[in-house]
Every structure is written in C-alpha cells, then in structure tokens.
Design a protein around this ligand. Structure first.
Ligand SMILES: [Zn+2]
Length: 410
C-alpha cells in the first residue's frame, strides 16, 4: 500500500513538473531567461579551456598563492568562484599553458608545467569546500553532486614532454587529461597553424609515438592550434576520437588558420570528436582581425606606439570609427555551423577565458554568463537535450571513449 501510494505521489510530482512548463517557443524572453538559468544549474557545464593558472602567475591580479581566498571573488579577470557558481560552470579545464619560448628548453617547460599543476592542486587543497581536482567525467559528476567546482587539467603545448615518452606517463599521473600538441610554433611533436616553416609536414616521427602513447594512457589528443596537416595526420592515427579544446570555424574568419575548416569539422565529426567553440573575437569574426591589422599598419605609418598616450588616443578613435560587434549571436552562429556540418553531437564550449585579454563577445564577458548562451540557444530552437550535449554531454562521450581505448590497450 505504502509503495503504491509513494509511486502515485512520484508520478504526480513528475506530471506536475513536466506539465507546468510551456514549450520554449511560447515563452516570453523573461520566462526563457529564467529557464536558461535553470538549465545552466541543472546541466553540468564543462569549459574546454580557461587560462586561469597562467593568468594567476603572470598577471598579478591575485597576490600570491597564500591569498587563495581571493579566488572566491576576485572581481578581476574572467574567473572566480562566485561568478562560476552564478554561471552554472561545473568543470573548467585549467590550462597548463607553456609559452613557445620553452620549446627549446623542455626541462624549464617541465618545471613551469609542474608549478602550474601544483597551483591548481593548491587551489583544490586550499578551498576544499569549493573546488576539487577531477581526472574523469565520473569524478566531475561526483564533485558536482557535492556542490564543488571541478578543476580538470589540460596542457597547452606538448613542449614539456621533451623527447621522452615517459614524461607522458608522468603528466598523466599528475592529472593532465588532454594535451594540445603544440602552441603557435612548430615543436618537437608537430607543426603549428601559425608557423609557415612546416618543419614536419604534420606530426614528427616522435609526435606519432606521442599520439599512440596518449591513446594508451587515456590523454585526449587536442588539435587546437595545430596546422591542418597535423590535424589530418593525428585524426587518422588516433585510435580514440580527438578534441579541439578551444577552436572556432574558419568559415567566419578565413585568415585565421587556427580555426577549423568545414572539411576538418566534418572529419572531426565522422571520427566522433568534438570542437569546443572559442570566444576570442578575432577567431569568431574576420572583421575583428582585419581591423586589428589595419590599425597596426596605420600606427606604424604614423610612427605611433600602442603604449604611448598619442597611440592610445588614435586607437580609441579608430575603434570608434570602425566598430565590430561580436556578441552571443556570433558564437551561436559558430555552433550552428558545426551542427550543420557534423551534427549536434560534435560541439561544445571552450571559451579561452583569461587567455584573450578581455577580447570577448558582448554578453559573454566572464564565467557568470553561460546562461546568456543557453538563452540564445533556446531562442534558436535548440532543445534541452541539445543543450545538455553542448554543455558537457559531447565532451564526456569523447572523454569516456578515450578512457575505454586506453583500458583496452592495457
Ligand atoms: Zn590557446
């Protein structure tokens, strides 16, 4: 009897909670906004790339590790706990970013990687009620249930691996779960999108071993920043699907070789990967990059320097006369484009917060703004199921597949 009664109550609750919401298409903007905020809290949101660790070290907006409490509400930069909670962010991939200068000094690169990894560990240890490390989708789900923000880690630039595959095992042990094979210059692993040298014509012989070892360990292969030739070689070689942790579509910014072409996006989809859309304005809209180039040329012609007051005034005047508006719609256009080419199962979010000097679309200024993106997606007709996939479902599917491939290889 009790069981019948409790299951009737359960069904009643289910009925009420399902039936009291009208379809998104019939909602007013205010209703849709609160629905979007609700979804941001309900779904796990994974962001593929946030440059907090390096920003903490380089840009001294937080004065040292001893003041971890300031991470709760810096009000500066694009990430802190308060804003992340407001935005519904659950798992920002902490970028262990290694600048290109370290490529010729892998030992120093390894030291830098260690110090950035230790910084992330210090944050999790120092604020255990608020943050936790996470090495898998399961751990992120557990942390989320416990009300903690997960801090998974990805390394941007494989330079610290040096020429020793054992370093991959070491970094896996340290919690690195993706490696962006290179940054803006060719390295010992592969060619980069912003380097015309074409040192290897794709992956180096060592780079091919790196991809195989990453597959065996369960480290996701991240093809953001790599040259097209590297992408095609890596995607053929990798036994597991690959990710682009923070990339956008080249269709909207034809000169940005760092973005993915339509053909690459289709290929990524066919191989069951995911592209996590980067918010950096110049990667989203070629007009932004064109303006920057024109401005630089004019400044040079006039002998002005960006840091001088005359240069600053000229830049302000130029930007006012040549406005380029990038907003949430611009980002949704990129998401739409991937969906059109590869389907809803292959797109995610990789903001690049704290790594793009504040050059972000209106309405997506920091980690409190994910609900704005969800609102715009609802307006475009994306369903709850679609939005769940964009927020984390797609990257979790890829990550779990990467874990399975690694397990099978042992
Ligand atoms: Zn990057």
């Amino acid at each position: 009897m009790t069981r019948i009664l409790s299951s009737s109550i359960f069904l009643l609750i289910l009925f009420v909670s399902c039936s009291d919401r009208k379809p998104a298409a019939e909602m007013s903007d205010d209703e849709l906004k609160s629905y979007a905020s609700e979804l941001a809290q309900k779904f796990i949101i994974v962001d593929g790339h946030i440059d907090l660790p390096y920003a903490l070290v380089e840009k001294d907006y937080i004065a040292g590790v001893h003041s971890l409490d300031t991470l709760i509400s810096t009000g500066k930069g694009e990430f802190d706990h308060t804003r992340a909670v407001k935005g519904g962010l659950d798992a920002p991939f902490m970028s262990i970013y290694i600048p290109i200068e370290y490529q010729s000094h892998p030992d120093m690169g390894k030291n830098l990687a260690d110090s950035l990894i230790n910084l992330v560990k210090t944050i999790a240890k120092g604020l255990p009620e608020k943050f936790a490390l996470a090495n898998s989708p399961d751990e992120i789900e557990k942390n989320t249930r416990e009300g903690k923000i997960s801090l998974p880690m990805g390394m941007e630039n494989g330079a610290p691996v040096g020429n020793d595959l054992n370093n991959l095992d070491y970094f896996f042990e340290q919690g690195i779960r993706y490696i962006t094979l290179t940054h803006n210059k060719d390295n010992q692993i592969c060619d980069a999108s912003r380097d015309d040298t074409h040192t290897w014509g794709g992956l180096s012989p060592f780079g091919r071993e790196v991809v195989a070892r990453m597959n065996n360990l369960g480290i996701m292969v991240d093809i953001s920043h790599v040259d097209d030739s590297t992408f095609y070689e890596a995607i053929e070689l990798s036994k597991a699907p690959v990710i682009a942790s923070h990339s956008s579509c080249r269709a909207f910014a034809p000169l940005v070789m760092r973005d993915m072409t339509d053909d690459m996006i289709r290929k990524l989809g066919e191989k069951d990967g995911v592209i996590m859309i980067n918010y950096y304005t110049a990667f989203l809209d070629s007009a932004v990059g064109n303006n920057t180039r024109r401005l630089a040329a004019l400044m040079k012609e006039k002998g002005l320097k960006p840091e001088d007051s005359l240069g600053k005034a000229f830049e302000a005047e130029f930007r006012e006369a040549n406005p380029v508006k990038t907003d949430i719609q611009t980002v949704v256009n990129h998401i739409d484009h991937v969906v059109k080419l590869a389907g809803i199962d292959h797109v995610g979010i990789g903001s690049d917060y704290d790594g793009v000097d504040g050059n972000l679309p209106n309405g997506l200024e920091d980690v409190s703004k994910y609900p704005n993106l969800i609102f715009a997606l609802l307006k475009r007709g994306y369903s709850e199921e679609d939005i769940a996939k964009i927020c984390s479902g797609n990257v979790f599917r890829v990550w779990r597949r990467v874990e399975e491939v690694a397990k099978a290889s042992r």
